[in-house]
Design a protein around this ligand. Structure first.
Ligand SMILES: [Zn+2]
Length: 147
């Protein structure tokens, strides 16, 4: 597999960083005759400065990377916040859509994370319950981003 789970010391977090860039994944997919999946849902809001278009390209690259077995599906891991495993739905979460550096979150924690500025009390309750202090999700900004 091309993915590696490793501890990123400066970021103080675990990330799943692929050995491929977005462009390399897209080029490989083209070579193999695979088309990127279509985004069929409502437009995504800008998150951490990444636009809908950038977020969709990142999502497409992850989708294709899983199809080409360059990275394990998120269901191979546990939620990094609440440690849930399948049959709970697990998803990749990006804080940085330029690099295929991902976190694994269950659907519930993922939703609370993206909506943390709207429902800060729900998010704080979750973080207080699971974080011991230096987890990446415990130090996310509460403002200055959109979902
Ligand atoms: Zn979770």
């Amino acid at each position: 597999m091309g993915d590696t789970r490793f501890y990123h010391p400066t970021a103080g977090k675990y990330i799943y960083l692929m050995a491929y860039t977005i462009n390399e994944v897209l080029a490989l997919a083209t070579e193999r005759g695979l088309n990127p999946p279509e985004w069929k849902w409502k437009p995504l809001k800008t998150y951490n400065g990444f636009t809908h278009e950038q977020r969709v390209v990142g999502w497409q690259a992850m989708h294709l990377a899983i199809r080409m077995k360059l990275i394990e599906p998120a269901s191979a891991y546990a939620c990094e916040i609440c440690r849930a495993t399948p049959p709970v739905t697990l998803q990749y979460h990006s804080e940085d859509y330029c690099n295929l550096a991902e976190h694994v979150l269950c659907q519930h924690c993922h939703k609370l994370l993206h909506q943390r500025h709207r429902y800060p009390e729900k998010w704080c309750k979750l973080v207080t319950r699971y974080a011991k202090g230096d987890e990446w999700y415990a130090s996310l900004a509460m403002t200055g981003f959109n979902e």
